[in-house]
Design a protein around this ligand. Structure first.
Ligand SMILES: [Zn+2]
Length: 389
């Protein structure tokens, strides 16, 4: 993984926040680190004698974030919130908002409390492909422990307050100086330092280590696959009908997509869940699998399965549209569905990174993502549901 830091450019940035913007943009430039709104960063700085956490605001992408994309939040309040035995994520969001010193700034990231708990000035968090690929493999726990002996390793836990409080408990009597970073299983990685460059360097070094491990143990070669014929128009009509609105389709027939779609056990192979939890909002837990041209029946069966999944886990949630967001069509390729060109392109990027991870994790013994229950908790997160209610 290339280190993009330029001492010359960095020398133009004097304040904590200017440097924070610079290294956030660098992290955002590597799509092996973060994709479309993924990841978050922060810097702790003194403002009028008070310690303030400038943390990525929601709605901003690291690649293009500017100073005004960071929310200034009082550290003392975040650290008090971390100690609470119980706090819903809606209450957490409200509390974080009330702790902002500038009411016009965007809402702080839901990982703000976690950033506050890390006692270093600069904190970087990404969903690096190489890290989550290894973590999402059946032997992921052992591999990660071997590769990162000096990291704090955290088993999967739902992002938001639960995760922040868990880190609080894990680090009450903790030797932070001996800790090189944090790995959140099935989710991502944190690095930190009092120096912006060092924190960025640590991220690149850790991810490079994971990439080298994959190069050694999970080399991929793609079969040459001649795509078969398939009626895209028929699929488009059926998806439009299922979703109840107009859809844009994007066909992916790259060597990766064709190789992926040619797997002989597609129904088991291509339905093993998300690469990092936040993807579920866009991809759902699994795609539509099309083996023959019977797309109407396949979509009907998919939606039935989705309703059963909803029924199995729902308490008082509102069900999302049960239609699939993308399809893997046997020996033809991957087809993404969205409301706009922009949406299908974002989805395509996410699915491409997921396909690579699945194939590589299979080389390590098998791809294994979070459970259905954890997927549901993420897909039906109260913060997402609040937007519907
Ligand atoms: Zn994250």
């Amino acid at each position: 993984m290339k280190n993009l830091w330029s001492a010359e450019e960095a020398s133009n940035y004097k304040t904590d926040l200017e440097l924070r913007v610079y290294s956030s943009n660098l992290l955002g430039q590597s799509d092996e680190l973060v994709l479309h709104g993924g990841g978050n960063t922060s810097v702790k700085s003194m403002v009028d004698g008070e310690e303030i956490l400038y943390v990525k605001g929601s709605g901003w992408d690291l690649v293009s974030i500017k100073a005004e994309g960071f929310s200034p939040v009082k550290m003392l309040i975040l650290l008090e919130m971390a100690k609470l035995e119980k706090l819903s994520d809606s209450e957490m969001v409200r509390g974080q908002k009330e702790a902002m010193i500038d009411g016009s700034a965007p809402n702080p990231s839901v990982e703000a409390i976690l950033h506050a708990l890390i006692p270093f000035k600069v904190v970087d968090h990404t969903h690096a492909d190489a890290i989550v690929t290894i973590s999402n493999s059946v032997n992921g726990q052992e591999y990660i422990a071997e590769l990162f002996p000096n990291f704090l390793i955290v088993p999967y836990i739902m992002p938001g307050f639960l995760l922040a409080h868990e880190i609080y408990k894990m680090t009450r009597d903790f030797d932070w100086d001996g800790c090189e970073g944090i790995i959140l299983h099935n989710h991502g990685i944190f690095t930190f330092d009092d120096d912006a460059k060092r924190s960025y360097d640590k991220m690149i070094e850790a991810v490079t280590k994971a990439e080298e491990f994959l190069t050694e143990n999970a080399q991929l070669t793609f079969d040459t696959v001649e795509p078969t014929g398939f009626d895209m128009q028929r699929l488009k009509s059926a998806i439009k009908e299922a979703k109840g609105h107009k859809v844009v389709l994007k066909l992916n027939q790259t060597a990766l997509a064709l190789h992926y779609a040619s797997n002989p056990n597609l129904e088991e192979f291509a339905t093993r869940g998300v690469l990092t939890p936040e993807h579920i909002i866009r991809t759902k837990h699994q795609p539509l699998i099309v083996l023959e041209n019977e797309v109407e029946e396949d979509i009907e069966a998919y939606m039935e399965g989705y309703r059963a999944y909803f029924e199995a886990f729902a308490t008082d949630e509102i069900m999302l549209n049960p239609a699939p967001n993308y399809a893997v069509v046997k020996d033809f390729g991957v087809i993404l569905f969205g409301k706009s060109e922009k949406e299908v392109n974002v989805l395509n990027d996410i699915v491409e990174h997921t396909m690579m991870a699945v194939l590589r994790a299979d080389k390590l013994g098998g791809y294994e993502s979070i459970s259905m229950a954890d997927s549901f908790a993420m897909e039906y997160w109260e913060l997402e549901q609040a937007k519907l209610k």
